[in-house]
Design a protein around this ligand. Structure first.
Ligand SMILES: *Cc1c(COP(=O)(O)O)cnc(C)c1O
Length: 415
């Protein structure tokens, strides 16, 4: 990855690209939505397919010269069907948000009603936040997690659904550490005659590997991102039964998008092939085991882990009980100085602002890609705790930085 061709044309961008690779090598990526794709996926995404217009779908394009685009999109679709067991798959959404837009556009009219989880309780902007097109186009009501347990308040969801009479209920979240009971949400959707969209953006890889219950065959629509736990590069995906196939395909193109990003579809195909290998199951299991080890380490050191632990790849910490004077941004900045990259996050019952919230969210998907096991993850947990306890102590942060550098060297990336 020397970017020599870019360097000839544009040294500034080449420097930044090399800098980014080096940054990923020298830091621990613990943003729960991030991962490191293989060099095979990078190569596919950087391919000449970026030149190709392929509006339409395999076998029915609006442009000539699509034989290789067709082959690649068909491979991505077939592999996705095998990974998740869906009847119909659309691999063209440019992102997870675009995938959700596809479902809304296919099934809702402007002014229709969406019932989704509150953003500060772990939801996503594209589930109907006022700053997002979904919140501006549809009428949105929100459910919450139980403030005591940190688990989704399924009873509350049923009560709100009864009253609000939604057209679609959205499950699947951005900052929720527990297994989602998709069947329970489906039961509510059945009771109020609403569609159910399960957005598995974060847990696509865990679902594919069978370490998290699957909403496929339960919910009407399943959307996901392809760059988080599934490691197939930037993008989105929609899955549904044959019954809705035409509506979904028409909503993605021409409804919400123009031509597909075929180089990214190629990345998806390659990443899905990797995910079909046996080693991927071990990867997904280790990712969850590492997150559990991280949550235990935090708890042992007196941090308040939301919901008391985790079932997936992420851990959410509420700093208020143990560190009432410390904000998520304080910790985020100090950890960044130390080479541990994660994000400040709102927590259920948030009392501060979304810009400087009371919690931190950490994921283990990228560390596990580097080869971390529970023992090393525990050590990383202890490093995080020491920075949380001493975020304004330069000596402590310097010591943690040294150890992070050693760990990065021990678990190399993109050699
Ligand atoms: C990450 C995420 C998405 C997709 O985000 P994009 O940045 O648009 O790819 C969608 N839904 C949820 C719940 C997410 O966490």
């Amino acid at each position: 990855m020397d970017y020599s061709q870019v360097r000839d044309v544009d040294p500034d961008v080449a420097d930044a690209l090399s800098g980014e690779v080096q940054r990923q090598r020298d830091t621990l990526a613990m943003i729960a939505s991030e991962n490191h794709v293989s060099e095979a996926v990078l190569e596919a995404q950087g391919s000449a397919l970026t030149n190709k217009y392929a509006e339409g779908y395999p076998g029915e394009r609006y442009y000539a010269g699509c034989e290789y685009a067709d082959e690649i999109e068909n491979l991505a679709i077939e592999r996705a069907k095998e990974l998740w067991g869906a009847e119909h798959v659309n691999v063209q959404p440019h992102s997870g948000t675009q995938a959700n837009m596809g479902v809304y556009l296919a099934m809702l009219d402007p002014g229709d009603k969406i019932l989704s989880l509150d953003l500060t309780h772990g939801g996503h902007l594209s589930h109907g936040h006022p700053a997002n097109f979904a919140g501006q186009t549809y009428e949105v009501e929100q459910y919450e997690v139980d403030p005591e347990t940190g688990y989704v308040d399924y009873e509350g969801l049923a009560e709100i659904a009864d009253e609000f009479d939604p057209d679609i209920i959205v499950s699947g979240y951005s900052a929720y550490p527990r297994e989602v009971d998709f069947q329970r949400v489906q039961d509510v959707a059945n009771d109020v005659d609403a569609y159910h969209l399960a957005d598995i953006a974060h847990i696509t890889g865990l679902v594919a590997a069978g370490v998290h219950a699957s909403p496929v065959g339960v919910a009407d629509f399943v959307t996901g991102s392809t760059h988080k736990t599934i490691r197939a590069g930037r993008g989105g995906i929609i899955m549904c039964d044959e019954e809705h196939a035409k509506a979904i395909d028409n909503a993605v193109f021409p409804g919400a998008q123009g031509g597909p990003l075929m180089h990214n579809v190629a990345g998806k195909a390659v990443g899905f092939k990797e995910a079909l290998s046996e080693s991927f199951e071990a990867y997904a299991e280790q990712t969850v085991a590492n997150a559990k080890a991280l949550a235990e380490t935090f708890t042992e050191h007196g941090l308040e882990v939301v919901s008391g632990g985790t079932d997936n790849h992420l851990v959410l910490v509420d700093l208020r009980p143990s560190h009432p004077e410390t904000t998520g941004k304080d910790v985020e900045a100090a950890l960044e100085d130390a080479g541990i990259i994660m994000n400040a996050n709102t927590v259920p019952g948030e009392t501060r602002s979304a810009f400087d919230p009371s919690g931190i969210r950490l994921g283990t998907a990228a560390l596990t890609t580097r080869g971390f096991d529970e023992d090393v993850t525990r050590e990383v947990g202890e490093l995080v705790v020491s920075v949380v306890d001493n975020y304004d102590d330069e000596d402590v942060v310097a010591d943690v930085t040294d150890r992070v550098q050693e760990l990065c060297a021990e678990y190399p990336l993109y050699e």
